[in-house]
Design a protein. Structure first.
Lengths: 121, 107
């Protein structure tokens, strides 16, 4: 059974950095694109970034481009989200999600339980 | 593509039918609109993919339809477990986007 699990969330001050991890199991990790999606307290879901199966294509929402970097290590079945220059408005639960099939435009299907990032002075 | 969901809140009694709408700011040649159920403290759960395909384990009281810029999620005979927030999601191109959500609550 396919599973993904996030880790790395913490409380940090504005301007600091944090690296989130998303580990996969139960599927051929190297074949699937992975999303990061966040949900701020009391708000809706917000797409953050996607990395293609081989790491050759990376996409970001405008508000994080240049501050966040998505990467992956297929040998160790993990996707990273390096978050630099964190802002208060980045405070959210961060979810990673595996897409449904080998097409990166397929629906995110398998979601982790999330990891909380709090940016506070 | 911006997704706008309506209504923001839908108040229903168990057994009633829920009709949730999602309108896209522009059409896409791909049928790349899906629906997620989100409950507090839980991760999003895929309900409908690619406009009308029920995800694994989703009861047949859930159905999706639509084309172009207008998409609908229908829950016939709503059950207590169905009360949640539902999000439509466009995944046909970058940037991927979510609607603002429709809360289905107990009347």
């Amino acid at each position: 059974q396919a599973q993904v699990r996030e880790s790395g969330g913490d409380v940090v001050q504005p301007g600091r950095s944090l690296r989130l991890s998303c580990g996969g199991s139960g599927f051929d990790f190297w074949d699937y694109s992975i999303h990061w999606v966040r949900q701020a307290p009391g708000k809706g879901l917000e797409w953050v970034a996607l990395i293609s199966y081989d790491g050759s294509n990376k996409f970001y929402r405008d508000s994080v481009r240049g501050r966040f970097t998505i990467s992956r290590d297929n040998r160790n079945k993990v996707v990273f989200l390096q978050m630099d220059g964190l802002r208060v408005e980045d405070t959210a639960m961060y979810f990673c999600a595996k897409v449904m099939n080998t097409n990166r435009y397929s629906a995110p299907q398998t979601w982790g339980q999330g990891t909380m990032v709090t940016v506070s002075p | 593509i911006v997704l706008t969901q309506s209504p923001d809140v839908l108040s229903l009694s168990p057994g009633e039918t829920a009709t949730l709408s999602c309108r896209a700011s522009q059409g896409s040649p791909r049928s790349s609109v899906s629906w997620y159920q989100k409950k507090p403290g839980q991760s999003p759960r895929l309900v409908i993919s690619d406009v009308f395909k029920r995800a694994t384990g989703i009861p047949d009281r859930f159905s999706g339809s639509g084309s172009g810029t207008d998409f609908t999620l229908t829950i016939s005979s709503v059950e207590p477990a169905d009360f949640a927030v539902y999000y439509c999601h466009y995944h046909g191109s970058s940037p991927w986007t979510f609607g603002q959500g429709t809360q289905v609550e107990v009347k």
